[in-house]
Design a protein around this ligand. Structure first.
Ligand code: TRH
Length: 397
């Protein structure tokens, strides 16, 4: 058994930002781990190295503005970011190649994995799901159709017997530091072009996909008894929110209001800044995969907009997560929370979201407590990058 020294993470960006976000976080955590194992610097034939091969630098630049979109190769935070283009020179294959979300590995790279001694390990990093079947598929090998190589399926997830979630070391300290220093939230708002919201207002972050359900949600917020400030970073949902106010141009730095509700349109934030918004908010509406995980670490009540899949396959994912997340919640909390999440993911077909929101009003403290316990319990599964390194260590001969 040997500790992997070198890693290559291959990311094909399907759409949106999640693929790039997850692969960046993973590559960064692996690079940090290698740095911690400095004693294990490797040798010329196999230097300690973490490379992220990504075919869309633009998606990564949006998340990490330090990343240039024209550089074939650049380094950031110990990660060598390489633009994955046809004919790219991959050189030596790494101890471990991570095939993110089954996007595949380049043929000549896969050939180099076989030619190498010992052979490289092929890990297929899957999408996050709480569905029961992932627990039986986690870690299974599958023979490559052409090459004498096995590909191992590695599932992120919650609970025992699965890969865990990405959670970099120092995350909690960063969060607690941000919440302890009142100046930091002020700085956040100033940089976003606003004055800090009134302390008595409820702050909600809103990130999602296009949905007609947004009108019912904004109606519930505008007609409610308490002042609400909704922060809307630039996303596929921004236009629907602006349309609610009869506007077609949700420019960053603008605000629109109706009765108890003030909506603030923000630019798309750098990843670390987005974390700060999640920490400062009383509620977070998130989507996809990575913001979904960050919302859990933010220990605040949240609502997940699952990435829509054909045939409603995403609704099974939703129900599987709700099943574990609402376990132990008193009925008076679980029922409206279920109605709110289901309404948000089903275009509020049954018009239940408004009622659910008002039934949840005043329950913030209990929901925060639940979110806090959930984060602490979920962290027990361990950080995905650490778990992956252990998994590979056992299989690298
Ligand atoms: O962008 P997404 O919808 O990505 C999705 C999912 O990953 C989905 O699983 C995948 O199948 C699909 O892409 C192809 O949602 P996600 O995963 O939350 O990624 C968004 C990232 O953007 C996350 O890291 C948070 C970050 N972000 C910022 O950095 N700044 C911002 O202002 C906002 C709103 C988000």
């Amino acid at each position: 058994m040997s500790v992997p020294r070198s890693w290559d993470v291959f990311c094909r960006v399907v759409d949106n930002f999640g693929d790039a976000a997850v692969c960046w976080r993973l590559a960064r955590a692996l690079a940090d781990m290698s740095a911690e194992n400095a004693g294990n610097a490797g040798n010329a034939a196999n230097p300690a190295r973490t490379r992220l091969w990504i075919d869309d630098l633009g998606a990564l630049h949006a998340l990490r503005p330090e990343i240039g979109i024209d550089s074939a190769r650049q380094s950031l935070a110990g990660v060598e970011v390489c633009h994955w283009v046809d004919g790219a020179d991959f050189g030596l294959s790494a101890d471990v190649a991570v095939d993110a979300f089954g996007g595949g590995l380049p043929d000549d790279y896969a050939n180099a994995m076989v030619a190498r001694s010992p052979k490289s390990l092929w890990i297929v990093l899957e999408y996050l799901s709480a569905e029961p079947w992932v627990y039986t598929h986690h870690g299974l090998p599958s023979p490559h159709p052409r090459l004498p190589l096995d590909r191992y399926f590695f599932f992120p997830g919650i609970g025992a017997g699965i890969g865990g979630l990405l959670r970099e070391s120092g995350l909690n300290e960063r969060r607690e530091d941000f919440l302890r220093h009142p100046l930091l939230p002020q700085e956040f708002w100033r940089d976003a072009g606003f004055t800090p919201p009134d302390r008595n207002a409820k702050l909600i972050s809103l990130f999602g996909y296009e949905t007609p359900a947004v009108a019912a949600l904004l109606d519930a917020w505008a007609s409610g008894p308490e002042a609400i400030v909704a922060a809307v970073p630039q996303s596929r949902l921004s236009a629907d929110v602006a349309a609610y106010f009869g506007s077609s141009r949700p420019a960053g730095g603008t605000a629109m209001g109706r009765n108890s509700l003030e909506v603030r349109f923000l630019p798309f934030l750098a990843q670390d800044r987005y974390d700060e918004l999640l920490w400062a908010a009383d509620w977070n509406f998130v989507r996809g995969e990575d913001s979904f995980v960050r919302a859990q670490w933010a220990e605040r009540p949240f609502v997940w907009h699952v990435y829509p899949q054909s045939g409603g396959a995403h609704l099974a994912k939703l129900e599987a997560f709700l099943d574990v997340y609402c376990r132990g919640l008193p009925q008076a909390l679980a029922e409206p929370l279920l109605a709110l999440w289901r309404g948000w993911n089903a275009q509020d077909r049954y018009g239940a979201m408004g009622r659910a929101w008002s039934d949840l009003a005043g329950q913030g403290a209990s929901l925060c407590q639940h979110a806090h316990h959930w984060a602490r319990e979920t962290a027990q599964t361990g950080d995905l990058a650490m778990n992956l390194a252990k998994f590979c260590e056992e299989r690298l001969k």
